[in-house]
Design a binder for this molecule. Structure first.
Ligand SMILES: [Zn+2]
Length: 222
């Protein structure tokens, strides 16, 4: 990243593991292989009106994003609403079959219990189609009022473009789960990329180099 300025970024740079794994070093993501399932606990609600909503933990959210159809790592927020213009939307208008359409994606902090290592905090990222857990989760939240007061099991089936995810609710908590020792990811900072319009074209077309383009773990538009 060249020059690092300011204490916050300096500390971040120091804390960053040096290993060049390529995958985002800024956050852990929920990753499943074909036929794998894990238990998860949502650490954030989807709605501030939920009786279980915790202001400190905040909310999971859905972001509308454009992705370069030729490079899934070049993904950034649709800025039509915030900035009144959006380079991705322009590409979509030019050729609506080219793959630039803005798509919704859920981002939310979860605690993963894979039965192998200590439960850990990770970001769950899911599209919004019927092959993802997003519709089920939203429906459950609407019906039951909370998604954080129980455990879930999430399962992946298939690979690449033939991937789907399912989720089932497990037992409800008998007592309130203690989240006080957990550190959640700041989704706005690590999960998404919000670019000023002036920088969007060069980002999407890759003139700005590859740095920090692994915003999510997925390469498939499910
Ligand atoms: Zn847009």
């Amino acid at each position: 990243m060249g020059i690092v300025k300011g204490l916050k970024d300096l500390n971040k740079a120091l804390d960053k593991p040096q290993a060049g794994g390529g995958e985002s070093s800024k956050a852990k993501w929920v990753k499943l292989d074909d036929a794998e399932s894990v238990k998860i606990r949502f650490l954030q609600e989807l709605d501030p009106d939920s009786p279980e909503y915790n202001d400190k933990l905040g909310l999971g959210f859905i972001a509308v994003e454009h992705t370069n159809p030729k490079d899934y790592r070049r993904k950034a927020l649709c800025t039509m609403e915030d900035q009144g213009k959006c380079w991705g939307c322009e590409q979509h208008r030019k050729d609506y079959k080219a793959g630039w359409k803005g798509r919704s994606r859920l981002y939310i902090n979860v605690l993963v219990d894979d039965g192998k290592e200590e439960p850990y905090v990770a970001i769950l990222s899911q599209g919004s189609s019927g092959k993802t857990v997003t519709p089920t989760l939203i429906e459950y939240a609407g019906e039951m009022g909370s998604i954080t007061n129980l455990m879930w099991r999430i399962k992946r089936t298939g690979t690449k473009t033939d991937t789907s995810y399912t989720i089932i609710p497990l037992a409800k908590d008998e007592e309130k789960f203690d989240t006080s020792s957990l550190e959640l990811y700041k989704l706005e900072e690590v999960a998404i990329r919000d670019l000023p319009y002036a920088n969007q074209e060069s980002f999407f077309l890759g003139e700005g180099g590859q740095e920090e383009s692994d915003a999510t773990s997925s390469n498939v538009d499910w």
